[in-house]
Design a protein around this ligand. Structure first.
Ligand code: SR1
Ligand code: MG
Length: 401
């Protein structure tokens, strides 16, 4: 019989006590299950004597957000721990350290990042992270470049793509991002105050055509090993530090999907600033900060990626003059289109974001939702002709007016 079962807090303490060389024999261990995501158990274990702590993350065999009627493969826990280690080898300062993976319990033991906060929460408190764009730009450039045909052995890349087939998680994305928001699907969940805007999206065939193009890319373009769910709830921050967590949706997909995820979540917070800012001046200032961060994410990514390509590219034909520019032009367009889809799904689809959903006043919340839909749909419509990140910023500014 499989030893797998979801641990209780008491069992998590016993498990932690048994880890070699982690806690002293006299440790006074306490544990809290702190998982607030949609899918897993997360145990925070602290030794009250020494202050030493760690995180143990265990996959559940179903989606917590819906219940046991939505089964999920536990293999995502193996994928997550292996991807964290690959990302750690490429950007050691930007991910938590993995101490061990238990393949029977689908449990990863990793560094505790309690001295950071979840970026989404920080943005809802209007905090600023001056190093974030540089950090995430480097993370995106290194993880995407070195797992792609541009920067690794191409036979090894095919073997690696096989190790990271992640069908259950991909199906969630395919349904929740690239299908259900565009039809009257039972999983959808949206504010009745914006039904008019939602129905207009359901009827908009031109918009659907653009989403279909992006959906096809997600299904078929295995460019690089993606994080796969790089929203601001998957990023821990301090002013001086950024840590990417939770790559359980990782698979070989289109690079623009990860870049677009970061942009989309900054823009969702931009929309939520209808509520979170103290007054009109603070709102304008913080929105400008968010837009400059969107710009920084792209420009830092691009600069790092071009340097890696020029200095460490592995493919002779890809060094042909003009190819790099064409590649990056297309990648930017993909990122903008995916960003649009990721905004729309958080307003109409099953899983939302607190930047919008935690707004207490119904009219302000509806206003923020309309703004997010306006920016998201504009990016989807225009993505295939965009040429510069300034146009993304302009799209957001125009939607506010
Ligand atoms: C059923 S899981 C819903 C969402 O939570 C995750 O964080 C992903 O974004 C997924 O789409
Ligand atoms: Mg997650």
């Amino acid at each position: 019989m499989s030893p797998y079962h979801p641990l209780t807090e008491a069992e998590a303490i016993e498990y932690a006590r048994g880890l070699d060389g982690v806690f002293p024999r006299e440790a006074r261990l306490v544990c809290r299950e702190i998982g607030d995501g949609n899918l897993n158990l997360v145990f925070h274990i602290v030794d009250e004597s020494s202050g030493r702590s760690l995180i143990m993350k265990q996959a559940l065999p179903y989606a917590k957000i819906v219940g046991e009627s939505w089964p999920l493969s536990l293999d995502r826990a193996r994928i997550e721990s292996e991807v964290l280690q690959i990302e750690g080898s490429l950007c050691p300062d930007l991910v938590p350290h993995v101490y061990r993976f238990d393949k029977d319990l689908y449990l990863t033991v990793m560094e505790d990042l309690s001295d950071h906060i979840i970026m989404r929460k920080g943005l809802m408190e209007c905090r600023r992270y001056p190093l974030f764009a540089g950090h995430i730009g480097r993370f995106l450039a290194r993880t995407l470049f070195f797992t792609s045909d541009l920067g690794m052995d191409q036979k090894e890349k095919k073997r690696q793509a096989g190790r990271f087939i992640n069908p259950d998680q991909c199906k969630i994305t395919e349904d929740l991002i690239f299908d259900e928001p565009y039809t009257d699907a039972p999983n959808n969940s949206f504010d009745p105050n914006i039904r008019g805007e939602v129905e207009a999206i359901w009827a908009d065939r031109e918009l659907h055509l653009q989403v279909a193009m992006l959906r096809q890319k997600f299904l078929t373009e295995g460019q690089a090993l993606l994080h796969g769910d790089l929203h601001t709830g998957s990023i821990f921050v301090r002013e001086d530090s950024t840590k990417v967590i939770d790559p359980e949706f990782a698979y070989y997909g289109p690079m623009g999907f990860d870049i677009g995820a970061v942009m989309a979540n900054l823009l969702l917070n931009f929309a939520g600033q209808e509520h979170w800012s103290a007054d009109a001046k603070a709102r304008t200032d913080y929105r400008n900060y968010l837009l400059e961060t969107v710009r920084g994410v792209w420009t830092e990514f691009e600069a790092n990626f071009r340097t890696l390509w020029n200095e460490q590219g592995t493919d002779r034909m890809f060094a042909t003059p003009g190819f790099q520019d064409a590649f990056l032009r297309r990648l930017f367009r993909d990122a903008a289109g995916f960003a649009g889809c990721k905004m729309v799904r958080r307003i109409i689809g099953l899983a939302h974001v607190a930047d919008i959903d935690a707004i207490p006043d119904p009219e302000t919340k509806a206003q923020a939702e309309r703004l997010a839909l306006a920016i998201g749909t504009a990016l989807i419509r225009s993505h295939s002709s965009l040429t510069s990140v300034d146009e993304v910023l302009e799209t957001a500014r125009k939607a506010v007016q």
